[in-house]
Design a protein around this ligand. Structure first.
Ligand code: G4P
Length: 289
């Protein structure tokens, strides 16, 4: 599974380098758009981002909202708005919400645009840095918004070579995250949630254990989806027993009638990642990792 996914070869050196690059280049942009995974807005964030952004306008894009629970996404939007950010639900696969981003960036930067106009520089493009941990959907978002007209802007004076600049149109330019910004694997739940969504390889964790942890969340928050998908009602409190029951329902039994728990675990994780169980947010606004 996840052969191509990022492996957790994370260590503090990587983090420091990416943070330094972002800090260096923040002065080149007018605003920062932070992409998070709407299913795990807490764990898919690098907690140092707000500090790095400082006083620049901050736009939070809750990407993959097509796979998340709408009610929870609305609460997360409110949460981010309360921090002073602009927050938008985005589905970079279909393009939903992507168009809203440009309007939001322009309105957040209305004063700056007026300043440019007063200085006779009207039409100077607004520059936005896109930040986010790997697999959160940065490339998909940039491809979506820049579309066919996507032009890489090279060797701009005063702009470090090698940076990934994209012109959306003559009014807006995007800078892709300079360096790889890793999540912060502080609390155990952070690594687990990243592995559940497939943002990091699940090889770091025992597959059955990971599936049991997922089941634990689903049993509490989305039991009706489990019932609808697997025909199981009132799943046992014990997560291992619950996993066994789901496996049995799916006919995943080995000789002697026991559940093939590894196969069941892989099936459950895959069905969650492919949104087959339903639209699920693992980290509710009341969730603390
Ligand atoms: P990155 O640049 O931040 O590393 O992420 P990237 O755009 O490569 O996206 C990582 C995976 O997430 C891709 O799937 C991509 O299609 C998927 N993705 C991105 N945005 C969305 C979204 O809004 N909704 C959904 N449902 N998926 C999204 P993949 O399996 O790695 O590749 P593929 O499916 O594109 O072949």
């Amino acid at each position: 599974m996840n052969e191509n996914k990022s492996t957790i070869n994370w260590f503090p050196g990587h983090m420091t380098k990416a943070k330094r690059k972002i800090a260096e280049q923040i002065s080149l942009v007018d605003a920062v758009a932070e992409i998070v995974d709407a299913r795990i807005p807490f764990s898919s964030r690098n907690p140092d981002i707000p500090e790095l952004i400082g006083k620049k306008p901050h736009i939070v894009l809750l990407n993959k909202c097509d796979m998340a629970d709408d009610a929870q996404t609305a609460l997360w939007i409110k949460y981010f708005k309360d921090t002073g950010a602009i927050a938008i639900a985005v589905d970079s696969k279909s393009g939903k919400g992507v168009g809203e981003f440009k309007g939001a960036a322009m309105s957040a930067l209305g004063n700056l645009i007026k300043k440019y106009e007063a200085k006779g520089m009207s039409g100077k493009p607004i520059r936005v840095m896109i930040v986010g941990i790997p697999n959160v959907g940065k490339s998909s978002f940039i491809n979506r918004i820049a579309g066919k007209s996507m032009a890489k802007v090279e060797n701009r004076p005063g702009v470090t070579r090698g940076n990934q600049w994209f012109a959306v149109d003559k009014h807006l330019e995007l800078l892709d995250t300079p360096g790889v910004l890793w999540p912060k694997f502080g609390a155990q739940a952070v690594g687990e949630h990243l592995a559940m969504t497939g943002a990091v390889t699940d090889r770091i964790l025992d597959t059955e254990l990971l599936a049991m942890r997922l089941l634990n969340i689903l049993k509490v928050k989305y039991s009706s989806l489990l019932t609808a998908r697997y025909g199981v009602d009132n799943l046992p409190e014990d997560d291992y027993e619950a996993l066994c029951l789901i496996g049995k329902k799916r006919g995943m039994v080995i000789r002697g009638g026991e559940t093939d728990t590894l196969r069941t675990a892989n099936m459950l994780l895959e069905e969650f990642r492919n949104c087959k169980i339903g639209r699920i947010t693992l980290e509710g606004i009341d969730f603390s990792a």
